[in-house]
Design a protein around this ligand. Sequence first.
Ligand SMILES: Cc1cc2nc3c(=O)[nH]c(=O)nc-3n(C[C@H](O)[C@H](O)[C@H](O)COP(=O)(O)O)c2cc1C
Length: 129
Amino acid sequence: MSNEIETVLSSDAFLVSETDAKGNIIFVNDEFCKVAGYTREELIGKPHSVVRHKEMPKAAFKDLWDTVKQDEVWQGYVKNSTKLGGYYWVHATVYPYKNENKEQCYMSCRRKPSKEDITNVEVLYRTMT
Ligand SMILES: Cc1cc2nc3c(=O)[nH]c(=O)nc-3n(C[C@H](O)[C@H](O)[C@H](O)COP(=O)(O)O)c2cc1C
């Protein structure tokens, strides 16, 4: 178990980020920056794994990428790290879309998961690699 500090999202929180085809961040909303503890300048251009938490199983992200590359919407639970070494859980919905130049991009919209969902997914993720 870790002694990292959890940030619990407010029930109306809506954390948004967008990436290019390679997963480099091209947009973040203010709420994403605030919860993650980074400025927008620190995030734009970085791989999205900048907020990856070490306990997240690789298989979850493989599933995410396999899904969106097939032009489908992925939904799942993600534990992210904050800049200060804390963490926050989100329920993410990741959408593929094409920008005005017809380039492939992805958008993730994150809401607060229930405590029960977090407990269940923690158990599941411990069984995954
Ligand atoms: C739109 C979008 C949003 C993403 N959001 C996150 C995120 O919040 N946290 C995270 O760890 N990975 C996120 N990813 C997945 C990362 O691109 C990456 O696959 C993951 O962090 C694992 O890092 P690795 O591939 O370097 O092992 C997102 C990917 C996309 C396309």
